[in-house]
Design a protein around this ligand. Structure first.
Ligand code: SF4
Length: 362
């Protein structure tokens, strides 16, 4: 006889089939899933929500991912690169507003000048914040030596999304060349873990060609590589990208949103003490999307503090929210939203992954 959802939720480990059942749950089964993940979240990571002030400092990218609005081949994008002084100013803002952590994100570049520039920026941000600001970087695939240089300069968390753990699916959403290789992505994740970064990954949910089995395998993949943090959210199509041609094959935005919540919920049960970000893409679909994710398992939020003039040019997907609010407005809005979700902001704390700490003190 088939197990009930309640029986599955009482298990310590999930099989792929269990996960698929949970991801397909509806009505009272879905409620039971969300209740379980909320309970686990409170028990293992508490109700603190940690801020990461996000600066998307440049949309110049050498890559051509088929789903991304700022891919190199998109000639309609206004390219920008924020001056270092402005980036440091944003870091000061994050520090003064007791965000605890800062994220530097941009399109991918691996030239010498870029690598040296990031190294200097990291040192500068550490200096102006008296080493009080934790720094996460999300700057794509690099050599192990580069990751090490940036680690030595002060970054201690790195976010590199696998996008899909299924190589075949990955190849369908990226150009098939050496520059976009699934193996390289996996190798980079390994380098990051070997160096000692708190390592994050994530996937897009609701991609064309993606199955429930793929998503279940994605969660098992995160568990297998023992990841410390995850940022995942719904796939949202951008009309200036090649993947837009599949828009009629996608599930509705509402269903992609619902499925993303279930992915977060199942992952929280599977990996109890990791950090899970409530992604901005959730809010692009549902105005209360990020709060809903916090209630059922997420514990990290990334207020966008990129100078407002450039925010509209960093559109990896369309309908991105909060592109015209100043950083101050953004903080006030986030605070109200987190309180609404019964969360408390961990002001001034790095909010490191408990999972990372737990596995390193064993
Ligand atoms: S997803 Fe990242 S690496 Fe790919 S094109 Fe967009 S910014 Fe560049």
């Amino acid at each position: 006889m088939e197990k009930t959802i309640d029986q599955i939720l009482q298990q310590d480990q999930f099989t792929k089939n269990d996960i698929v059942r949970l991801l397909k749950s509806e009505g009272k089964d879905e409620k039971a899933l969300f209740a379980k993940s909320s309970e686990i979240k409170l028990k293992y990571v508490g109700n603190n929500v940690y801020f990461r002030g996000l600066v998307e400092f440049s949309n110049i990218c050498k890559k051509d991912c088929l789903y991304c609005g700022i891919r190199a081949s998109n000639s309609k994008v206004n390219r920008y690169d924020i001056a270092d002084a402005e980036i440091v100013k944003a870091a000061k803002f994050a520090h003064e507003h007791r965000y605890g952590s800062f994220i530097l994100q941009s399109g991918e570049r691996a030239d010498k000048q870029f690598i040296g520039r990031i190294e200097n920026l990291l040192k500068e941000i550490k200096k102006i914040s008296n080493n009080e600001l934790g720094i996460t970087i999300s700057l794509g695939e690099q050599t192990k030596e580069t990751y090490q240089r940036w680690f030595n300069a002060g970054a201690h968390r790195y976010l590199l999304r696998i996008e899909s753990s299924n190589k075949e699916l990955y190849n369908k959403i990226h150009p098939n060349n050496k520059e976009h290789s699934h193996e390289t992505r996996l190798e980079c994740l390994k380098f990051l873990q070997e160096i000692g970064y708190q390592t994050g990954t994530g996937v897009m949910i609701g991609l064309p060609f993606q199955t429930y089995d793929d998503l279940a395998n994605d969660l098992l993949f995160m568990q297998k590589i023992d990841i410390d943090m995850v940022g995942m959210g719904p796939f949202i199509e951008h009309d200036q990208t090649p993947m837009y041609q599949y828009k009629d094959q996608l599930m509705s935005l509402k269903d992609r949103f619902r499925l993303s919540l279930k992915m977060i919920s199942v992952l929280r049960i599977m990996m109890k003490d990791i950090n899970i970000a409530s992604s901005t893409a959730l809010q692009a679909i549902d105005p209360l999307g990020r709060e809903k994710a916090i209630r059922i398992g997420a514990n990290v939020i990334m207020p966008n503090i990129t100078p407002t003039t450039e925010r509209a040019n960093y559109l990896l997907y369309q309908n991105k929210p909060c592109i015209d609010e100043g950083a101050d407005d953004c903080t006030n809005c986030m605070e109200a939203r987190i309180n609404m979700a019964d969360g408390e902001i961990g002001y001034g704390e790095w909010g490191d992954s408990k999972h990372y700490k737990n596995k390193h003190i064993k």
